[in-house]
Design a protein around this ligand. Structure first.
Ligand SMILES: Nc1ncnc2c1ncn2[C@@H]1O[C@H](COP(=O)(O)OP(=O)(O)OP(=O)(O)O)[C@@H](O)[C@H]1O
Length: 292
């Protein structure tokens, strides 16, 4: 597969804050990715660099094999920002018309269908819309653009649960018919766990981990047992979190545990449970607290 985006050793600082550090990322064609990180992890700074709004202090970004130069606005990307900068006096339809002129794969049939599905009045002005409705305008642009790389920054902020589910369902349906690369950046893993194929986890400006969702599911485990037994069993394994209580220990592991090892764990009195994606993220980033 070809890479639609490649970041190599990308860095960006604001004064003393290293917003993005030594970052590497490679997005293949026709895949849905999640970019996960807490508030302030550096996601928006990274996305702004990928889309040409901010230039890295150093490091390389290539879009579809072409190096991004200062001042470039990559044409293959549709970037749906967390905070839209739509002109408040413009009508919804005018914003869609403007967006259609930027994206060569734009599909008006889909755009109109989505406007109806989300019950938006195309003649309403942007400033008359609720926060959620404004997000929907951005989300419609993301879908109808059918850009080779579509990037959403916190796409469901301000949307109620039904609208969130509807948006993700439509996204997956449209992707199935028109595969392209989609990057969903969020701090809400629960929202995207069912949608994305591969995840990049970002913390303190850098990528902590990237893996297929299926791999994360099969390799993440929560072990409980006596501290001594758990310590012996997990020695040499990739431990992402550990907590001791009395003589017992709870350890989150991100590694393979085979059948023979499971039998051995059973003999040592260790229980092994799977770790839902949400908990995996929480242990990795937060030391066990659930990220809201
Ligand atoms: N223009 C700027 N000037 C100064 N500091 C900035 C600027 N933009 C980002 N930062 C800092 O860089 C770090 C990363 O911020 P960034 O917005 O990229 O994170 P994020 O993961 O997108 O967070 P959020 O989910 O809250 O939007 C933060 O410490 C932030 O305060």
């Amino acid at each position: 597969m070809n890479a639609i985006l490649e970041c190599t050793n990308v860095n960006k600082s604001y004064g003393k804050t290293d917003a993005v550090r030594n970052l590497g990322m490679k997005l293949e064609e026709n895949t849905i990715y999640g970019l996960l990180g807490r508030n302030g992890a550096g996601k928006t700074t990274l996305l702004n660099m990928i889309t040409g709004g901010v230039f890295p202090d150093y490091g390389d970004i290539a879009i579809a094999g072409l190096p991004l130069r200062q001042g470039d606005t990559p044409r293959d990307i549709c970037y749906v920002r967390e905070k839209n900068f739509f002109f408040g006096g413009a009508k919804v339809i005018e914003i869609l018309e403007l967006a259609s002129s930027f994206h060569k794969n734009w599909d008006w049939t889909l755009a109109n269908e989505l406007v109806r599905t989300f019950k938006l009045n195309p003649n309403k002005k942007i400033r008359q819309l609720s926060r959620g409705m404004e997000s929907l305008v951005g989300n419609i642009i993301g879908l109808a653009s059918r850009a080779p790389l579509t990037i959403y920054d916190e796409p469901v902020l301000g949307l109620d649960v039904l609208m969130r589910e509807k948006f993700y369902r439509l996204l997956v349906e449209d992707y199935a018919e028109h595969p392209r690369t989609i990057l969903l950046s969020t701090h809400l893993i629960d929202e995207i766990a069912m949608v994305v194929e591969r995840i990049y986890i970002m913390d303190a400006g850098t990528i902590l981990l990237d893996d297929d969702v299926d791999n994360i599911r099969t390799h993440s485990h929560l072990l409980k047992g006596s501290s001594e037994a758990v310590r012996a069993f997990t020695s040499g394994k990739r431990v992402i979190y550990e907590e001791n209580y009395g003589n017992g220990a709870l350890v989150a592991v991100y590694d393979e545990i085979g059948e023979a090892e499971r039998a051995q764990a059973g003999r040592l009195g260790i229980t092994i449970d799977g770790l839902p994606l949400q908990k995996f993220f929480a242990y990795l980033i937060e030391g066990g607290e659930h990220v809201e």
